[in-house]
Design a protein around this ligand. Structure first.
Ligand SMILES: C[S@@+](CC[C@H](N)C(=O)[O-])C[C@H]1O[C@@H](n2cnc3c(N)ncnc32)[C@H](O)[C@@H]1O
Length: 135
């Protein structure tokens, strides 16, 4: 899901080009608790790091509401090792631990890299790759 119709259109185009069967929806990830669905897995590709502090807590609670106990959230976000102040928030490891506190177990938190569409002349950025289980 994504709020942006353009993002969803591009995702649908890419899936079709690659012969991948997937459902894409224009939807607000802050409204997850309204959904009467439960998933085994949630993937956050660079969404948490664009949300402000208040929405971040709401978003994490929303993920918990649609993830079964024992289900796993895979998340990638910018890390504080990325220089500059353009673009999304840079997370420290302790901030991710705080965001996924009660009710979650962070199984792994690995320093990784994003490959970006060129942005501010940058093609890749330091990231955290996290695997987080809902207790
Ligand atoms: C950094 S981009 C990542 C896009 C894509 N997931 C990827 O990995 O390339 C952040 C995306 O979060 C989307 N977004 C921001 N707030 C959102 C919300 N409340 N619900 C759904 N998508 C949201 C934006 O529209 C934007 O496409």
């Amino acid at each position: 899901m994504d709020l942006s119709p353009t993002a969803i259109r591009r995702a649908r185009e890419k899936a079709a080009e690659r012969g991948v069967s997937a459902r894409f929806e224009i939807a607000d990830a802050l409204e997850l608790p309204r959904r009467a669905v439960v998933f085994d897995t949630v993937i956050d590709s660079a969404v948490l790091h664009v949300l402000d502090a208040e929405d971040r807590a709401k978003y994490v609670a929303g993920i918990a509401s649609v993830l079964r106990p024992g289900g796993v959230c895979h998340l990638i976000c910018f890390s504080d090792r990325q220089p500059g102040s353009w673009g999304p928030r840079r997370f420290r490891a302790d901030e991710l631990h705080a965001a996924f506190g009660d009710g979650w177990a962070i199984d792994s938190l690995t320093a990784d890299k994003f490959h970006l569409n060129p942005f501010h002349g940058v093609h890749e950025a330091h990231a955290w790759l996290a695997t987080i289980t809902r207790k």
